[in-house]
Design a protein around this ligand. Structure first.
Ligand SMILES: CC(C)(COP(=O)(O)OP(=O)(O)OC[C@H]1O[C@@H](n2cnc3c(N)ncnc32)[C@H](O)[C@@H]1OP(=O)(O)O)[C@@H](O)C(=O)NCCC(=O)NCCS
Length: 174
């Protein structure tokens, strides 16, 4: 049975990394695979905080590396649950660069889908999520469409059955 509802605040996880030579690509910028590993780790901690159990990565969607991150940068990853379903949780990871004057600029984001498991590896239900801020509400409202798109792309859902997604398209009348 689903437990009581939680807020995104309760699963907020923040990690700061300094980009070291071992993290860099041939151009002296952060290697994308290293950033993916950091994002997956911070998202898995968020999933654990929300559901109180181990959770595994089922899919990663909409990863965008919009600007290079130079060696020596301070990188902040902020991760929150944006919506929970039955056994799965959508998690947003926002990535920021911290500059010398203490300011932050957003440089990347990714959307993860985690599934909660018990100690035997069986899927378990997760607590509901109650969004609080405007951004949390916006992300919550779009999450079902993103899940349906991800299920279609992974061959788990027929486009015809993606009812929430279909609502985006206006019927064409000839
Ligand atoms: C993820 C995993 C547990 C799903 O198991 P499964 O038996 O296929 O589960 P289901 O089809 O019942 O899916 C479970 C939930 O995940 C969702 N889901 C699964 N794949 C998904 C995808 N690609 N996109 C969006 N949602 C997905 C389902 O919709 C379902 O959600 P709900 O219960 O909240 O409604 C299983 O595939 C697994 O263990 N994968 C390996 C995970 C792992 O090791 N990750 C680390 C990287 S290797």
């Amino acid at each position: 049975m689903t437990q009581i509802s939680k807020s995104p605040r309760e699963s907020l996880t923040i990690q700061t990394h300094l980009v070291m030579p071992n993290d860099a690509n041939q151009l002296g910028n952060l290697f994308g695979g290293q950033l993916m590993a950091w994002m997956d780790e911070v998202a898995s901690i968020t999933a654990f905080r929300h559901c109180g159990n181990v959770a595994v990565t089922a899919s990663i969607n909409n990863v965008s590396f919009t600007q290079p991150i130079p060696l020596g940068s301070y990188v902040i990853l902020e991760s929150k649950v944006s919506r929970s379903f039955k056994t799965s949780m959508e998690i947003y990871v926002d990535v920021y660069l911290e500059t010398r004057n203490g300011k932050r600029s957003k440089c990347n984001e990714a959307i993860f889908l985690f599934v909660a498991l018990d100690d035997e590896g069986n899927k378990i239900e997760v607590p509901e999520l109650t969004p609080e801020t405007d951004e949390e509400i916006r992300r919550f409202e779009g999450a079902l469409r993103r899940k349906q798109l991800s299920l279609i792309l992974s061959g788990r859902l027929k486009p015809d059955d993606a009812l929430e997604l279909k609502k985006l398209f206006v019927p064409i009348t000839l």
